[in-house]
Design a protein around this ligand. Sequence first.
Ligand code: SAM
Length: 345
Amino acid sequence: MKQIIDHIVSTRNLTLEQLAGLMATEDQEVVGYLFHQSHQLAQRIYGNKIFIRGLIEISNHCKNDCLYCGIRRSRTDVHRYRLSKEDILQCCQQGYSLGFRTFVLQGGEDGWFTDERMCDIVAAIRQQFPDCAITLSLGERSRESYQRLFDAGANRYLLRHETADPKHYSRLHPDDMSYDNRMHCLHDLKEIGYQVGCGFMVGSPFQTVENLFQDLQFIRSFQPQMVGIGPFIPASGTPFADRPSGTVDATLRLLALIRLLHPQVLLPATTALGTLHPQGRELGILAGANVIMPNLSPAAQRADYSIYDNKLSTGSEAAETVNDTRYRLGKLGVEVPADRGDYPG
Ligand code: SAM
């Protein structure tokens, strides 16, 4: 099996059988070797730097009804909120003084945030924080909208593809959402010039190893600048509330494989990983991740952005504890600079 890992390192490719073998193996020496190779590769490219992004959850209103998501439209028991422009700028200000140089504005697909309103917010951040990267994660919008936001000063866009198999996609989403449009959006974003992030949930309902293989092949061909993966975690009040979570172990193996297949990728150790394991973030880094995204949202709203149950937004996931995080990660031999952390080249 170690030879297979060496082969993946040298060819940046793998077969379905190799993936199935690496996901199933109980040989901890092999798994340790996989993580070691991946962590080493991340360090060869990025040195010992781990990049931070300040996550600002701007709205939990959403017009979509994704079957897995805790803020889906049909959940009537969720307390809905949206942040004002002033709230968002205040979060950026707080983040800036803590050393954040990337702000990620994420939210449900909330029609209140028209192009006009969103461009106004992006332009204000661009003006007040000219040395910072602005990442948006606001779901599917028109090409024209993506272009306007880019022109207003946004640099990056995160839109997980969720699954690279159209049939699997249709089992996770309602009929009014389409795999084709998701892919279309990702290609539009790239053509416009954004640094683009795709990604998927590990252990989502109905996911097979063939689906994971398709996800990895998609990442190889699309060559995104960022890939966000994290375990699926059930959310109460959704059709998948009783489904089992994805596992930390499978997520770590996939993080490592993504690093080996696409060495330069910016790869976060996500909140979902930290939610399932108290050392999730550290384990993610040791498996090849090189980004963390602490929560910069106003404390009063954090609990309402409950995309899955028990989502962590305090302690190590809170932006205000970033100096503790710096200290703890320092023990792994990595540093957390005040840096935009752009994709190389
Ligand atoms: N609306 C934007 C979008 O669709 O990209 C951003 C917000 S959406 C809630 C962000 C991501 O949360 C989704 O892409 C999905 O992968 C993840 N997510 C949603 N529900 C989840 C769950 N139950 N477990 C783990 N991740 C989940």
